[in-house]
Design a protein around this ligand. Structure first.
Ligand SMILES: Cc1cc2nc3c(=O)[nH]c(=O)nc-3n(C[C@H](O)[C@H](O)[C@H](O)COP(=O)(O)OP(=O)(O)OC[C@H]3O[C@@H](n4cnc5c(N)ncnc54)[C@H](O)[C@@H]3O)c2cc1C
Length: 447
């Protein structure tokens, strides 16, 4: 629990098969560092990379609780390089996505990492969706998304011969990539620049200490102690956390507010049988529901040649639980006792039940997908993998769509920074987010 950490300040900014990293070190050879980063997902890795490139003379460590990096959201997602169409013009999310996509393509080219710019169609299948599709086109233009055009049903068939629709937004700039592979590449850059990666280190306590590490002679140079669940301790001058599905709990152990709370939503994908791959060429998306822009099943080709359909979104009974029956008593109690979730459920009960129904009865999911590709049948699909989204919720049951940085006040406020919410598509935006996080670290800390 918290020691000498006074109450928190919270700032809201509006706004495959991957290669394992062979050079990951399992044990820190030194336990003191200038900067520690907790969380080896794409946000933590990109931020650690950016910081060490800006400050090559400082010592850095990245602590990750799993055996390998990027095992959660960054390794369980749709693998799309989004172009930034959906987000409110001028918002941080829109700017970071558009900039992040450009930076991602540049990075992938420079590193020689594989990706495909296979494009995306957002397809209106009902007449009443057309005004929303046109508004989306305007929005994309305002956001500076490249090469957007509106196409008619003939244009749709030229791009996707098996897709039916009245009108579509064509975004050829959208691509696909294996985001876990990209995350591991950021980790390699970090290590090549001298950073240390320690896996199987679960930060379970963050405290401000008053004495030097045993045998140390440097006084209070490293006053932040990050205690691991296996009894080890890492000391640092400054701490940044990027805990994904656990970002609220990590913030709480250093004395920050429990809100915004992370509520895990699992998304189950279906996969298209290989003999039916000819049905889909690029990404095919529905016109988003303005209430839940991140929902809506889509067709997504993968870098390994497979094609994923979905996902739905249902409340998960376990953070980082990828199977329908995965259950964790603390996660369930936390979620069920949270007033914000009660409000969200009450406001959207029908929607939630529909998502659960489609998760169990895949025929219902296929029925929705058939609106886009009528030739698709239940026999063409299999149950596929799942991902769990860290959805930040406030007390009133509102989805928190902005970036949330949280620190402490007093001594700790000048030494600890939590990235509590890095909303999707944080993989696409990761390099731009990393610049923003590094700017914030430099603004708060005297590195
Ligand atoms: C189903 C789904 C589909 C998506 N599709 C896309 C997409 O197509 N394109 C896109 O750009 N984005 C997509 N996203 C969003 C994107 O994947 C996430 O925004 C991004 O991966 C978040 O990265 P992160 O580093 O914040 O979290 P994570 O990847 O979850 O990383 C957090 C890390 O912190 C570690 N950790 C947690 N607690 C501790 C602790 N106490 N001590 C040490 N380590 C700890 C975890 O083990 C984990 O490795 C999708 C997300 C989901 C769920």
């Amino acid at each position: 629990m918290i020691r000498n950490l006074s109450s928190a300040s919270c700032i809201v900014f509006s706004a495959t098969v991957p290669k394992p990293l062979t050079c990951v070190m399992r044990h820190a050879h030194s336990s003191t560092y200038d900067v520690a980063v907790v969380g080896g997902g794409i946000v933590g890795l990109a931020s650690a990379r950016e910081l060490i490139l800006r400050h090559p003379t400082l010592s850095f460590v990245l602590l990750e609780k799993e055996k390998e990096l990027a095992m959660h959201q960054s390794g369980h997602n749709s693998g799309v390089i989004h172009s930034g169409i959906y987000y409110t013009p001028g918002s941080l999310k829109a700017r970071l996505c558009v900039k992040g996509a450009t930076m991602a393509y540049e990075y992938l080219d420079k590193q020689g990492l594989p990706y495909k710019r296979c494009g995306k169609l957002v397809v209106a299948v009902e007449r009443e969706e057309i005004p929303r599709l046109k508004a989306l086109y305007e929005r994309g233009q305002e956001n500076g998304v490249r090469d957007l055009t509106l196409i008619d049903s003939k244009g749709i068939q030229e791009r996707e011969p098996f897709c039916r629709g009245l009108m579509a937004l064509d975004s050829p700039y959208t691509g696909i990539v294996d985001w876990r592979q990209v995350s591991l590449s950021y980790g390699k850059d970090f290590q090549d620049a001298g950073g240390t990666v320690v896996t199987e280190y679960e930060a379970s306590d963050i405290a401000m200490v008053k004495e030097s590490p045993a045998g140390g002679t440097e006084g209070l140079k490293y006053p932040i102690a990050i205690r691991g669940s296996k009894g080890k301790e890492v000391r640092c001058r400054y701490l940044l956390t990027c805990g994904g599905l656990y970002s609220d709990r990590i913030s709480q152990i250093s004395g920050c507010s429990p809100e915004p709370r992370i509520v895990p939503f699992r998304g189950d994908y279906l996969v298209l049988k290989p003999e039916k791959h000819y049905l889909v060429k690029g990404n095919i998306y529905p016109v988003p529901d303005p209430k839940f822009p991140f929902l809506g099943v889509h067709f997504t080709p993968r870098m390994d040649g497979s094609i994923w359909l979905g996902p739905n979104a249902v409340l998960a009974f376990k953070r980082e639980g990828y199977k329908m029956y995965d259950f964790d008593i603390r996660d369930v109690t936390d979620a069920l006792c949270f007033r914000g979730l009660h409000k969200l459920v009450l406001k959207n009960i029908l929607y939630g039940v529909g998502e659960m129904y489609r998760g169990v009865f895949i025929g219902a999911q296929v029925k929705i997908l058939q609106k886009f590709i009528p030739e698709l049948s239940l026999q063409d699909v299999l149950r596929g993998p799942a991902g769990v989204r860290a959805q930040a919720l406030d007390k009133e049951g509102n989805l928190v769509d902005d970036f949330v940085f949280d620190g402490g006040v007093g001594d700790v406020g000048s030494r600890v920074l939590h990235v509590r919410n890095a909303p999707s598509p944080a993989a696409t935006s990761s390099l731009a987010i990393a610049q923003m996080v590094a700017d914030e670290v430099e603004r708060r800390f005297t590195l």
